[in-house]
Design a protein around this ligand. Structure first.
Ligand SMILES: [Zn+2]
Ligand SMILES: [Zn+2]
Length: 145
């Protein structure tokens, strides 16, 4: 909630976490442009092209702030690495390439069990999660025969 200037003490109403810095802009832009969730290392590598002096500690700090302000959300896959994507994306699934370990967003949902459906045994479905594994198109085309 933004306070009116009459309130006097509203001078610093933007906490540090909401101030825009070029570094944070670069990090957000990288996450927004990615075709899947990114690890902190991947964010660092890509954001450095926009902000050449960007250090990994700054990336960690900004990722934490973006999480706290609900701009991004963590994606935790069984490989144990935490990746990040924009918060509030519509329903989608991930494809984890076993060759390059990149994670891609998939178009569409291959799950045919609809939410609200009752499965044999009386299990009422409210949601699902699915991660597919395999070889991404990039790695498939460069794999040695
Ligand atoms: Zn790959
Ligand atoms: Zn789905």
């Amino acid at each position: 909630m933004r306070r009116s200037p009459e309130n006097g003490d509203a001078v610093s109403d933007a906490p540090a976490s909401q101030r825009h810095t070029p570094q944070r802009e670069a990090i957000l832009r990288v996450i927004r442009r990615a075709h899947g969730p990114l690890t902190t290392g991947e964010i660092h590598k890509r954001a450095r092209r926009l902000c050449p002096k960007l250090g990994i500690a700054t990336v960690y700090r900004n990722v934490k702030l973006l999480l706290e302000t609900d701009m991004i959300q963590p994606v935790i896959l069984p490989d144990g690495e935490t990746r990040y994507e924009l918060a509030g994306l519509s329903h989608h699934h991930h494809f984890h390439c076993e060759v390059c370990h990149r994670v891609y967003d998939l178009d569409g949902c291959p799950v045919t069990v609809r939410h609200g459906m009752t499965l044999p045994g009386g299990f009422i479905v409210s949601d699902h999660e699915l991660t597919l594994y395999g070889t991404c198109p990039r790695c498939a085309s460069s794999e040695p025969v």
